[in-house]
Write a protein that binds this ligand. Structure first.
Ligand code: GAL
Ligand code: MG
Length: 990
């Protein structure tokens, strides 16, 4: 696995003074020299084309390309961009690799400072994919593999003062690639930083700050276990966050030694209040610095705890994924992710599925995140070829498995944010994993060990999850995890290492998961799959930017848009699913106690901090207009406790209007990740005011009805409608001569399949849901008076080949004001898959751009994705209703709508109401348009506006990888009735 690589050690940069160490900037150290920058680069499609002398000192490389390090070949136009999930993109024949192994040759000249003359010099590669050979001035230095772990080489013997040359040969594939079969774009090259370090001959090589907290947390001991390369006096100083020294010690160490430090009444670290001490290690001319966060991680009586407190992990899985740089992640980009996560109440990150840049963990210490640090190990691809355990049971591979664990643990062992070591992902579970777990438990007793694959049966009979501290599952349903929690024989906490697959429109099951997780102490939370859509920013020949996914670069083997499954877009814009997550995991919960008296309950769901940093604003709205408001008195509700508060609003006893109470919790202070005023969460309740329904007198305005063949003209004072008896539908609505319908109204059950419909879609298509047409059996005027006319229609909707999907009876009643009352009763054929939706679809003319509604907003909502929206009155454009998913699909629906008006800019249009809240949507695309486009930029925006008024729209769930849509969110009633009132309006007059 390596030649001449140094033993792994903790991550640090040696500085010369505590001042330059405190800057946190590596370039401030005189002992650090970056080798990032422009390298000469030569890409060869096969290693066989490499010239034997390429690494020689006098090799002429002037004609080579220039490539910035760190970067990935594929984002610079070399090799092939390729996204694959678990299949290996090469023949599965371990440990062999394809003969045609793409190769990148790198050459760089660099100066070595004269001041480094007497020092030992090392070069560190933080990440090279997949393996590399290094030469300096023509002499071979070493070899390493393991893409996301550092490799350090001693280079003093090969360097001269002044100008030197480093040559590196990187191969795309090596036997290690069998262990790097994660679901992602396959990038290659020197993709993380490269730098040199100058060290004193006798220096501190490694530091392990082992911490121990007393049972009452009143005393912390820090045993600084130090390894040196020679005899040396070492002094250590622990400072608190204000810079005050709280403990110090010293020792002469030659080889291994330990310096104990003690802190009385330590301030503890946690994600909510990430208090960090700083440890300075002085030895000879060097200062090394480490942050120290005191915290204890344990399982107590089956409950996961941090500092003795039960904690729920509200997490995400995060890949290193940059829309332009691929796997290369600059520090500002890391910070951007962490800030967006903090702003959405996330407290945990699983570094799926490999260790990240060490600075990422330092940022997690500082911003406050619990990290599940995962070894760079996934051999999912062997599963497609044969037995899944072929590598994990094979003793020849044990060293490779161990290498990935030891290098991660050694590098990250001092990072407070790391609370668990993960043995990797999807590689079955066998002896090689057990060796990894045992080694890690022995080396570091202060963290838990995680591995989801341990649930699979082993060849030997050892109980499976024995060497692990918790039980981990992916995509188990809420019912399954509840079953686990209810079974007393289960003594370990359960983590959902992946859940609520966030692909496309979704996830729709977050609340259901959290209702269960909150109810059972044994359930420790989980990490949504996943944080970010891995779209690569690219452009068409015409220069239109878009995010590409698998297959867009002509790669042979790919997994399409399965990498577009994040809570944020590739450029980190929150999807509506992230807003939903933010609400569901919010640190404050507000519930109604007695709304008539203004009594509510506030629960502090933080684990460690009270609510003194939060201000709670309340307001009462009467039909969307604020009528009373104020702030709640400050309350310092302690963590995991609740308080009952009285809000001083006054309510009328009866009213024709509806009253809503909205409470908004905002930050009072600026933090690293937000400004004062940032909204943490909200809650909303409808207030109990007895409703006097406004009595609607039937219209006495006269109506004129004329039948001409199958066309019925219905006319009044200022309107002209038309009904086609042959087609059984409304064909024309007009008011003051303005046409409001562009084509006949139709009943509709189809939606552009969302990614979460993928498994159901073939069944829907088989039944013809996508092409259901109306068949009319009977259509006639059934009642007519001077002021109204009713038309009854018996119909069915069906595709081809099969019996009709549903039968319906509709009554269209028109009155003298131009109002249309539709009532439709539907019977769905037994045994069919549930319907995507049922509703009326109207096409309104060009210029129909304004939507005003009383319902949930401002963003889209579905029956199972409606916790982050607030009920109110919204004025939006048709384009604002639209959610641009990278692969177009059903989007933008508004669940729970009370009324909506869709009009032109002058307010002339149609108003819709129903006896029950309904879903609506207005868009410049039909479901067919959305379904036919593979990418957002391929959609052609229609001028007209397509309006859907849905009795119900089925939920979205997370079935693309998770459980089926829960029954309560499906439209699977066999019989139902839908009433809709359609009124042509000139809004400005009403
Ligand atoms: C999991 C896997 C992830 C990802 C996900 C689907 O099984 O661990 O890496 O592939 O499924 O998006
Ligand atoms: Mg996989």
């Amino acid at each position: 696995m390596h030649v001449n690589r140094e033993e792994p050690r903790a991550y640090y940069i040696p500085y010369s003074t505590s001042e330059n160490a405190n800057s946190g900037k590596r370039g401030q150290s005189p002992y650090y020299q970056t080798l990032n920058g422009s390298w000469k680069f030569n890409y060869l499609p096969s290693v066989k084309e490499v010239e034997d002398d390429f690494y020689k000192e006098d090799k002429d490389v002037k004609g080579w390309d220039d490539l910035i390090v760190p970067s990935c070949w594929q984002t610079n136009g070399y090799d092939q961009l390729q996204y694959v999930n678990y299949n290996y993109p090469f023949p599965c024949d371990p440990p062999f690799m394809p003969i045609e192994n793409p190769t990148g040759l790198y050459v760089r000249e660099f100066m070595v400072s004269d001041q480094w003359e007497s020092k030992e010099k090392y070069v560190v590669f933080e990440g090279v994919n997949s393996c590399f050979y290094v030469w300096i001035n023509g002499t071979f230095v070493g070899y390493s593999q393991g893409s996301r772990m550092p490799a350090e080489f001693l280079v003093s013997p090969y360097l001269k003062s002044g100008k030197n040359r480093m040559s590196v040969m990187v191969l795309k594939w090596c036997d290690g690639s069998y262990l790097e079969g994660q679901d992602m774009w396959r990038f290659s090259g020197i993709f993380r930083d490269v730098y040199m370090l100058a060290r004193d001959k006798a220096h501190v090589r490694d530091v392990f700050n082992k911490q121990q907290l007393s049972d009452d947390f009143q005393k912390a001991t820090l045993s600084c276990e130090i390894e040196t390369t020679g005899p040396i006096e070492v002094t250590v100083e622990l400072k608190d966050a204000s810079g005050r020294i709280v403990s110090l010690g010293e020792a002469s160490i030659d080889g291994k030694g330990s310096i104990p430090l003690v802190v009385n009444n330590p301030k503890l670290w946690n994600a909510e209040n990430p208090y960090l001490y700083s440890l300075y290690v002085y030895a000879s001319n060097e200062v090394l610095t480490f942050t120290v966060g005191f915290r204890s991680i344990a399982v107590q009586d089956g409950v996961f705890t941090i500092n003795g407190q039960a904690v729920k992990l509200k997490g995400v899985n995060r890949h290193d994924s940059h829309p332009e740089l691929g796997g290369t992640i600059p520090v500002n980009h890391m910070i951007k992710d962490l800030v967006v996560m903090k702003q959405h109440n996330i407290n945990t990150i699983r570094t799926s599925h490999y260790p990240n840049d060490p600075r990422f963990l330092e940022l997690c210490n500082k911003y406050g995140f619990y990290v599940i640090d995962e070894a760079d190990l996934e051999c999912h691809g062997v599963y497609s070829a044969g037995p899944f355990n072929i590598l994990s049971i094979n003793p020849d591979w044990k060293k490779s498995f161990m290498d990935r664990m030891t290098r991660m643990v050694e590098r990250d062992k001092n990072q407070a944010s790391v609370i668990m070591w993960s043995l990797g992902n999807e590689s079955w579970y066998e002896v090689n994993h057990i060796a990894m777990a045992e080694w890690a438990r022995n080396r570091d007793t202060s963290r838990l060990i995680h591995y989801e694959g341990a649930q699979y049966p082993r060849v030997e009979t050892n109980p499976n999850e024995e060497s692990l501290d918790l039980v981990s599952r992916m995509y188990a349903s809420p019912a399954e995890i509840e079953k686990y929690a209810l079974d007393d024989t289960n003594s370990k906490p359960l983590l959902l290492c992946e859940y609520s697959h966030a692909m496309g429109n979704g996830p729709g099951d977050l609340k259901d998961y959290w209702d269960v997780i909150d109810a059972y102490p044994k359930l420790m939370g989980g990490c949504v799959w996943e944080w970010v859509d891995h779209g690569m920013k690219t452009q068409t020949a015409e220069g239109i930017h878009y995010f590409a996914y698998g297959g867009d670069f002509g790669e042979k083997l790919h997994d399409g848009n399965f990498c577009i499954d994040g809570l944020v877009t590739p450029d980190r814009k929150p999807h509506t699913g992230l807003l939903e997550y933010k609400k569901v995991i919010a640190p404050i919960k507000i519930e109604a106690v007695q709304l008539a008296e203004g009594r509510i309950r506030i629960t502090n769901r933080y684990d460690f901090i009270d609510l003194t940093h939060v201000s709670v604003h309340w307001k009462v709205e009467e039909d969307g207009v604020v009528v009373q408001q104020g702030y709640l008195d400050d309350s310092d509700v302690a963590p995991h406790t609740e308080s009952i508060v009285r809000i001083p609003y006054e309510l009328p006893e009866v009213s024709a209007n509806r009253y809503f109470l909205t409470l908004t919790c905002k930050m009072k202070v600026d933090t690293l990740w937000c400004e004062a005023g940032h909204e943490l969460t909200f809650e909303q309740f409808e207030l109990p005011v007895e409703r006097i329904e406004a009595v609607v007198e039937p219209s006495l305005a006269p109506i004129h009805v004329t039948q001409n063949g199958h066309l019925v003209a219905i006319e009044g004072f200022d309107f002209q409608h038309e009904f086609d008896l042959y087609d059984g539908t409304l064909t024309r609505i007009s008011k003051h001569g303005l046409q409001l319908l562009q084509s006949p109204a139709t009943f509709n059950i189809w939606r552009a399949p969302i990614d979460n419909d993928a498994h159901l879609k073939p069944k829907w298509l088989q039944e013809g849901y996508d092409q259901a047409v109306m068949r009319v059996y009977r259509s006639e005027i059934i009642e007519q008076t001077e002021n109204s006319v009713s038309i009854g229609v018996d119909f069915s909707l069906g595709g081809y080949i099969k019996y009709p999907i549903l039968h319906g009876k509709s009554i269209w009643q028109f009155d003298g004001t131009g109002k249309i009352n539709l009532q439709v009763n539907v019977k769905v054929r037994e045994g069919l898959p549930f319907l995507p939706r049922f509703g009326l679809k109207l096409t309104m003319p060009q210029g129909t751009e304004e939507v005003e509604y009383f319902g949930f907003g401002p963003q889209e909502s579905y029956i199972d994705k409606q916790h982050s929206v607030k009920k109110g009155k919204y004025l939006q454009t048709v384009d604002e209703l639209f959610e641009p998913y990278i692969r177009p699909q059903e989007n933008g629906s508004r669940f729970g709508t009370e009324w909506v008006s869709v009009s032109n800019g002058q307010g002339m249009g149609l108003n819709f109401t129903s006896d029950k809240a309904f879903s609506f949507n207005a868009a410049h695309y039909t479901p067919e348009d959305l379904a036919a486009a593979s990418h957002h930029h391929m959609l052609v925006r229609r001028e007209e506006t397509i309006v859907h008024l849905d009795y119900k729209m089925s939920g979205v769930g997370s079935h693309s990888c998770g459980p089926e849509l829960a029954p309560q969110y499906r439209l699977e009633e066999n019989e139902f009735e839908f009433k809709l009132v359609i009124r042509p309006v000139f809004k400005e007059d009403e």
